[in-house]
Design a binder for this molecule. Sequence first.
Ligand code: DX5
Ligand code: ZN
Length: 221
Amino acid sequence: MKISPSILSADFARLAEEVALISETADWVHVDVMDNHFVPNLTLGLPVVEALLKHSALPLDCHLMIEDPDRWAPQYAEAGAGSVTIHAEAAKAPIRTLRAIRAAGARAGLGINPATPVEPYEDLLGEIDMLLLMTVEPGFGGQKFLDVVLPKVRRARQLIKGRDLPVWLQVDGGVSAETIERCAEAGADVFVAGNAVYGADDPAEAVRNLRAQAEEATGEG
Ligand code: DX5
Ligand code: ZN
């Protein structure tokens, strides 16, 4: 069970300090890169990720919600990101790009939006280290979790099991104390949480509690 707090809900003027707050209890730091084209919001890009890499004790989990991931994703991996996720809806050459991410030494992730089916990507499971299932429409933090995605989380877990691959299954969007147990029961093992961590009085404690809930839900606790 891995918790990857999203800095989308952190104070962008104090990113290094915000990341330090969770460095003892989290596994990864989720970085939402948005270009105002693939999603209707604009956040940060490669220069900020490069700067943050120098200050983060945890590996960066870069989620590229951008129109041209084929051009940009390998550069995030080369910069030192631990994981780089591209969106299936945006990539024009996903296999080439996923291989380039891995060749640069990062974990390769494939992300899909709530309404995108997972089955067409079954044959790509061998090319990836993580499958990211959006549980809100991408673009903003603090949205309501979409329960309608849970059956897809279950199907994705079955597909991964069926192929016996070590692919991590990440859920992203609206994951909180109210929803994390359902995600874990459905088969997710990496949990992104923005508002539930950075909206809490004690972010480090919020991460600990989320992990305990996820472990409890799957009998790992
Ligand atoms: C949404 C982003 C998510 C978001 C999660 O487009 O990909 O990572 O920050 O934030 P919460 O947990 O607040 O929904
Ligand atoms: Zn994200």
